[in-house]
Each structure stands twice: as structure tokens, then as C-alpha cells.
Ligand binder design. Structure first.
Ligand code: NAD
Ligand code: TDX
Length: 349
């Protein structure tokens, strides 16, 4: 029986990873460690909470003593580490939270894994889930991020993720800790907190509120359906080579303004509103400080070496996502009440 610690499993991507592992591997014990910050929500996992191979643990990865004891008690065989502060705009207003959780928290997990596994000959893995933002911004339209692209992070968020990636590699290099890192592009899909572009716009269209597009909307992102990312993590966890990095992406680049227009067309259709109704809500607002122009991932390595590929066409994935948000009204209303209102006012008014 494999004991796997998944951190950040109550968040957006983590909840899909937990679901994939709990449902696919009944012989693994899955432990989900999450602090339940504003972004963590156990409602994301209501369908797996009763499964016999699933355990939830509430706790903070920044608390070194707690993490050390947790590893001693449970003797995990592997770690899939997703817990993080994940929103770039919040990293601009509160960078220290990102440095504590993303850098110190990752270091605490690395130390605990190193202590636990140092005298063991077992089959272990420390898997760090990271982002394409560590590579910085692309300026030449022909360029893509590959696994050897030098790091050039530009925001406190991406710098904190780059710092954690460097620590993971340093522990492999120095202590031979068995590690793997994946760097993925922008995810979208069910359970994403409505501070991120797509769920924020879905919620605002539903409520006839303006759609804040930063700058001229010309920044480009590559988009991947979250379940395809969770499948990629499963693939790398089971088939990836220790010490390697794999880039994950959808070969699916969009300018922000184009993606928002596409979303508006889908929403008009779903809400039976005349075409053009949602697009009238688009409002260009002050640009994000230090806004990276373009991210684009070359995911050939994971595709060629491990046989993973995205399963969904983008429009199909976006329609599925919209359907999920329109069906899960209660989820959306719960997460957008209370503290969200304060965040929204500070960020957009
Ligand atoms: P999220 O913000 O939705 O979820 C993060 C989770 O981590 C939450 O459940 C939160 O409660 C938990 N958490 C935060 N601080 C913690 C702490 N100190 N201790 C324990 N738990 C804590 O994030 P997400 O979008 O699901 O991203 C998950 C991971 O994937 C992150 O590491 C992120 O950098 C990476 N990533 C995200 C994307 C994306 O598009 N969202 C793309 C590539 C990589
Ligand atoms: O209101 C908005 N208006 C807007 O124009 C918001 C929230 C965003 N944007 C722009 C900024 C980006 O160019 O849309 C693009 C996407 O923004 P986000 O959804 O905030 O994502 P991004 O900053 O690209 O980062 C995401 O992808 C990489 C995740 O939040 C990260 O965790 C991940 O590592």
C-alpha cells in the first residue's frame, strides 16, 4: 500500500488530482493536507470524502514542527506538492504570504521528506507542481518555453515558485532526494476560485457586472483543461524520470481579449441572451504591474516520452466549464460572499 501525501488538495487543481488518485488507485492511501485558506474548499471533494482510501488533514506547510511530526507519524512514501498561494494579483499586494507558503512551506516539506527517507531504500518521490510563469515573459512570437529555458520570474508569485523549484532541484542534487518537477500553463475548469480571469468573468456575466480586462487585453496565455493537468500529473508520477522536469501545456494560446470574447459568446448562448449582450460588459482597466506579455509552453517532452496529450478541444472545455459554474450556483455563491467582496472591492474599485 502506497501512502501518498497530496498538499493543497482542497484547492482548484489539487482537488482534481486527489479525485484522480483516489478513484484510480484503490490500493493507495491518499492524504490531503490543506490549510483551507480562502482558496481551499472541502466542497470541491464532496464526492470523495467517504472513500476508504482518502484522509483529510487540516494543517499549514509553513509550520515546520507540525510537518516534521506529520511525516514521522504517517511515514509517507511519496509527496505530490501543490499547496501554494497561487494568484499573481494577490502576490503584488501581499508578497510575504507567497514567500512563506511557497518558499518556506516547500522547504519544510523537503526537509521532512529528506529526514524520513534518508535511511530507507524504498521507492519514494517528491513531486513539485509548478508553473510556466517561472520562465518569465516571451517577446519573440516564434519562441516557446522548453524545460531548459532559463528562469526569469517577474512577479512575487512567479519568483516564489521559481525559488521553490530551485530548492527542489538543490535537494535532489545535494541529498539525492528523488524529485520530479512539472511546469504547467494556465488551467481552467470546475472549482477554480473566481479571482482568476475565466471564473471571474463567468460570475460577472451572470451578475451583469463589468468584465475587467487588464491593459489592452493583448497578453497571451496558454490554456489547459484542469482534468488534463491532473492526468498529466498521474502520468509523470508513475512514468516520469527522477530528477527531470516536464513542461505541461495545451498548445492553445489566446490573447486575453479574444478569450473573453469567446466566453461572452458562450455565455450569451447558455443564458439565452441576444448575441453581444455579455461583450458589452467588457471594460479595459489599469494593467497589472509588471504584467508578463506572453507565455507559451512546448509540451513535446511529456507527449513524446510519456505519451500524455490534452484530451479536450478548448471550446468544448470552456463550454463544460461554463455549464459547471451555471449548475453549481451554491458553490459560486458561497465562495463569493464574505471575504471575497472585500478582495473584489480592493482589487477592482
Ligand atoms: P489554489 O489557490 O486554487 O489552491 C491552493 C491550495 O493550497 C488551497 O486549497 C489552499 O488552502 C492550500 N494552501 C495554501 N497555503 C497553504 C499552506 N500554507 N499550507 C497548506 N495548504 C495551503 O491553487 P491552484 O490554482 O489549484 O494551484 C495549485 C498549484 O498548481 C500551485 O502550486 C500553483 O502554483 C500550481 N499551478 C497553478 C496553475 C493554474 O493555472 N492555476 C498553473 C500551473 C501551476
Ligand atoms: O481581472 C482580470 N483581468 C485580466 O485581464 C484578471 C484576474 C486577469 N486578467 C489577465 C491577466 C493574465 O494575463 O488575464 C490573464 C490570466 O490571469 P489569471 O487568471 O490571474 O492567471 P495568470 O496570472 O496568467 O496565472 C495563472 O496561470 C499560471 C495562475 O493564477 C497561476 O497560479 C499559474 O501559475
Amino acid at each position: 500500500m502506497k501512502k501518498i501525501l497530496i498538499t493543497g488538495g482542497a484547492g482548484f487543481i489539487g482537488s482534481h488530482v486527489v479525485r484522480v488518485f483516489v478513484n484510480r488507485y484503490s490500493d493507495y492511501s491518499i492524504y490531503n493536507l490543506d490549510k483551507l485558506t480562502y482558496a481551499g474548499n472541502l466542497a470541491n471533494l464532496s464526492d470523495v470524502e467517504e472513500m476508504p482510501n482518502y484522509t483529510f488533514i487540516k494543517g499549514d506547510i509553513v509550520d515546520a514542527e507540525f510537518i516534521h511530526k506529520l511525516f514521522q507519524i504517517h511515514a509517507f512514501d511519496a509527496v505530490i506538492h501543490l499547496a501554494a498561494e497561487s494568484h499573481v494579483d494577490r502576490s503584488i499586494s501581499d508578497p510575504m504570504a507567497f514567500i512563506y507558503t511557497n518558499v518556506v512551506g516547500t522547504a519544510n516539506l523537503l526537509n521532512a521528506a529528506r529526514m524520513l527517507w534518508k535511511n530507507s531504500s524504498g521507492d519514494h518521490l517528491f513531486y513539485h507542481v509548478s508553473t510556466d510563469e517561472v520562465y518569465g515573459s516571451l517577446h519573440n512570437p516564434e519562441d516557446f518555453f522548453i524545460e531548459t529555458t532559463p528562469y526569469d520570474p517577474q512577479s512575487p508569485y512567479s519568483a516564489s515558485k521559481a525559488g521553490s523549484d530551485h530548492l527542489v532541484r538543490a535537494y535532489h542534487n545535494t541529498y539525492k532526494l528523488p524529485v520530479v518537477i512539472t511546469n504547467c500553463s494556465n488551467n481552467y475548469g470546475p472549482n477554480q476560485f473566481p479571482e482568476k480571469l475565466l471564473p471571474l468573468c463567468i460570475n460577472n456575466i451572470k451578475n451583469n457586472k463589468s468584465l475587467p480586462v487588464y491593459g489592452k487585453g493583448e497578453n497571451v496565455r496558454d490554456w489547459l483543461y484542469v482534468v488534463d493537468h491532473a492526468r498529466a500529473i498521474d502520468t509523470v508520477f508513475h512514468g516520469g524520470k527522477v530528477g527531470e522536469t516536464y513542461n505541461i501545456g495545451g498548445f492553445n494560446e489566446w490573447r486575453n481579449i479574444d478569450i473573453v470574447h469567446l466566453l461572452c459568446r458562450i455565455m450569451d448562448k447558455k443564458l439565452n441572451r441576444p448575441e453581444g449582450t455579455s461583450a458589452r460588459l467588457i471594460t479595459f482597466v489599469t494593467d497589472r504591474a509588471g504584467h508578463d506579455l506572453r507565455y507559451a509552453i512546448d509540451a513535446s517532452k511529456i507527449m513524446n516520452e510519456l505519451g500524455w496529450k490534452p484530451s479536450l478541444q478548448f471550446e468544448e472545455g470552456l463550454e463544460k466549464t461554463v455549464d459547471w459554474y451555471l449548475t453549481n450556483n451554491e458553490w459560486l455563491e458561497n465562495v463569493t460572499s464574505g471575504a471575497y467582496q472585500h478582495y473584489y472591492k480592493e482589487q477592482y474599485n
